[in-house]
Write a new protein. Sequence first.
Length: 423
Amino acid sequence: MTRGKVDALLGIVFGDEGKGKVVDVFTPKYDIVARFAGGPNAGHTIIFEGKKFVLRSIPSGIFAENKLNIIGNGCVIAPDLFMQEARELETAGYDLKNRLHISKRAHLILPTHRVLDRALEAAKGKNKVGTTGKGIGPTYSEKASRTGLRVGDLLENFEEKYRTLKARHEETLRQLHYTDYDITEEERLWLEGVAYMRQFSLVDTEIEINRALREGKNVLAEGAQGTMLDIDHGTYPFVSSSNTVCGGVCTGLGVPPSAIGEVFGIFKAYSTRVGSGPFPVELFDETGDRIREIGHEYGAVTGRNRRCGWVDLVALKYAIMVNGVTQLIMMKGDVLDTFPTIRACVAYQKDGEVTTDMPFDTEGWTAVYKDLPGWQTDLTHLTSEADFPQAFKDYIAFLERELETPITIVSVGPDRAQTISLK
Ligand code: GDP
Ligand code: IMO
Ligand code: MG
């Protein structure tokens, strides 16, 4: 029997590209949908049949029947937030317990990790990362320093392990002079979440996934965050704490590189970033405000304003390179419907130097633009490539030429149905 493949769907800029929407659209073609990195810092929006869901830890394949969803070993998970998210879905009529498996090797986010996240941010003064406050950095730090707790620990002697780790966090917080916090209620919910999580299949997901691949089943790996937030390849230190790139699929699910099939790189027709850090294409003018307003660019997790700018080909080329993207998916083309001119950043410049290669540090670099005519047509009702206005076709052709990668899907609205396959 032919072995199955793991296709990856990856955000290739600063996150919030629309991964949730496309994973939901793709799920019918796969047997398993698996998250391999990140945790409740993610907010993946799915809209269909007048319903809207924002998923944080649960894979976006959960709305299709008879599909297994997996939270892989590369993820971090907060039992209280997981319980809240899962109960919302159960209330909406989705049975989870049989369709959602959680890796024993995924790390647990404790309430005190979230306090540490806040304390470390406060200590950074002006250099704050602008984290989501979900305890992501402290949890992955602890994973790397080999002191963390994993989902598998819930099954044995857990209370004692929890108390020991919590005491260590409290000591660190005292050293940081960050003592003005009260987690009583949060901890109560968290422990309730622990009991709730124990009702799920907490398993060796890497074995399960590899067995499925041997049986010829196909897996969709759902990325979280985006390449520019990757701990190695993003705009360090203004990044998240996991490997969001394609290599993270292998480590975060326990699958070999040879199992990777298609690598879908998803991006918006423009750029956004939430949180701090350099952003060469950022628009501080009325155009940026207009993109934010039309695109509803406010964080799905924190409600913060997303910073907006034109599409960034330097970042996209870099991301295509490090991920080995085989197909591009362009989202939110409709947001640019009313703009007479569309700009694309084709290079960065700084002190007379111009580059198309991603610099070590993008601070201080500004965008060099190419202007293209806008399509000034409502795209949201279109259902086929044949109906695209010429200027929109030209924009797609320009990006494909520059990026040397085909755009195979275009999204023209938030609904599941507003998704068009090309060619
Ligand atoms: P993710 O984190 O990558 O899953 O993306 P988010 O859900 O955080 O952000 C994407 C936002 O854009 C959500 O509010 C989606 O409902 C919305 N969205 C997705 N695709 C489109 C599109 O093609 N057009 C418009 N207007 N909105 C979209
Ligand atoms: P999805 O999966 C956009 C950003 C935060 C902050 C930095 C570090 O929805 O695309 P963290 O809490 O991870 O330590 O924050 O990363 N960030 C995201 N931005 N989309 C996300 O996820 C993000 N997850 C983290 O805003 O700048
Ligand atoms: Mg998001």
